[in-house]
Design a protein around this ligand. Structure first.
Ligand SMILES: [Zn+2]
Length: 414
């Protein structure tokens, strides 16, 4: 017990060993802050949040003397840990300063270290849960984080993806592929139902194919996340009762209305993903569809994407969830997308925060576990100096990160 308390003391001082194999504290910790945003649209003044065994046990007004093991974050705002529903944690920039590909000769060890670095960068930036959709490698990363071998966000993953050609593309072969992902341990099914934005974004899967893939996922108790740019590709995903639509750069008012009516979550990107590609062009140029036409398509998409956030925010009843599509170069900068949402997309700061906390949790079926500061929820908590409702950019300078009751960052001077 003494050792454990001593370790907790170190943690509270912000002396955090990188490889955290530490258990959550068994003694209560009180975090005192000047303000609090609960993740469900409400704000409080000076508050004490009590954490025990990795969970929030009480939220109350800050009054009286603090216990000795308290964390005092005066002048700071506490929020639920942020949630990004669309990242690619296995994407990284290799030793040649280029996008890592299977043929670049990097060893398995180097690859694994880069995944770990991405996970740590993401957690340090205040993202305590992410959904990494697309890479089989996420299986080992998820295991290493769950075993606390390395620090990283809670990780949900699809372990791969389906498209119109999977197994020949028949409905039966798509259903079989969904069952294989389930057997491999996928948390969610990722489906490509339109071409890439760099190739025009046209629909690629038929109604029958989407029915098979999303229907099989539903039958197995899995969610389905569909990459779709063209309005028709979105309409097909909605008709097939898929859970979530990604990107939607060419969504129109009809596509937004059918998503809202069906309760389909919509995850459009405002700018980080395109700006990251354009800013890092030499690192991607010449690989696959990262060519002159592809970069021109992304330049053209930028104003459409910002306009798309504005339109989606204005669409009545549309559940616009938060996801960045963070790839190599963007890990740890996920909150830049929140800044774009508010500044270029016109979303209110509170709505943007809710989309990245309680609404994101709901989209993953974790609405009773994470995404809110309330008794019973996991103690995934972050803090920033000042109030992000006054300046959303404060979320890019997170000073405190707790996940499951363990403090991973406490740097109040930032
Ligand atoms: Zn993606």
């Amino acid at each position: 017990m003494r050792t454990r308390r001593a370790l907790c003391g170190l943690l509270l001082l912000g002396v955090m060993p990188l490889a955290s194999a530490l258990p959550a504290q068994s003694v209560a910790t009180v975090i005192r802050v000047s303000s609090l945003i609960d993740g469900a649209g409400a704000q409080r003044g000076p508050s004490d949040v009590e954490v025990r065994d990795g969970r929030i046990v009480a939220v109350r007004d800050a009054v009286g003397a603090l216990p000795t093991n308290a964390v005092e974050l005066s002048g700071h705002t506490l929020l639920p840990g942020l949630i990004d529903t669309h990242v690619h944690l296995a994407w990284y920039v290799n030793a040649q300063d280029r996008l890592h590909t299977a043929s670049d000769g990097e060893s398995a060890q180097i690859q694994a270290l880069n995944w770990a670095a991405n996970a740590w960068a993401t957690l340090r930036a205040g993202f305590t849960t992410v959904q990494s959709i697309g890479e089989p490698e996420n299986k080992w990363l998820r295991k290493a984080i769950t075993r606390r071998l390395i620090p990283g966000p809670r990780l949900l993953t699809s372990l791969g993806s389906l498209n119109e050609r999977t197994g020949g593309g028949s409905p039966d072969s798509l259903r079989a592929a969904v069952r294989r992902f389930k057997a491999e341990g996928a948390d969610v099914i990722k489906i490509f139902a339109s071409a890439s934005i760099r190739d025009g974004g046209a629909p690629t899967m038929t109604d029958a194919q989407l029915d098979a893939a999303c229907g099989e996922a539903r039958a197995l108790g899995l969610r389905s996340i569909v990459h779709a740019h063209a309005a028709e590709a979105i309409a097909r995903a909605v008709r097939a009762r898929c859970t979530q639509v990604e990107h939607g750069v060419f969504a129109d008012s009809t596509a937004r209305a059918v998503m809202a009516m069906a309760g389909t979550y919509f995850d459009p990107q405002c700018g980080l993903v395109f700006r990251n590609y354009l800013d890092n062009r030499p690192r991607f140029d010449g690989i696959g569809n990262y060519n002159a036409a592809g970069f021109a398509a992304m330049e053209r998409a930028l104003p459409l994407a910002e306009r798309g956030i504005r339109d989606a925010y204005a669409a009545r009843g549309l559940k616009m969830v938060f996801g960045t599509d963070a790839v190599a170069g963007a890990h740890g900068r996920n909150a830049d997308e929140l800044v774009c949402r508010v500044r270029q997309g016109g979303q209110s700061a509170m709505a943007a925060i809710t989309s990245a906390t309680s609404l994101a949790a709901e989209s993953m079926g974790l609405e009773r576990e994470i995404g809110r500061i309330a008794p019973g929820y996991a103690a995934d908590l972050i803090a920033v100096s000042g109030n992000p409702l006054d300046d959303i950019e404060r979320l890019t300078r997170v000073t405190f990160v707790m996940k499951g009751g363990v403090i991973y960052r406490n740097d109040p001077r930032r």
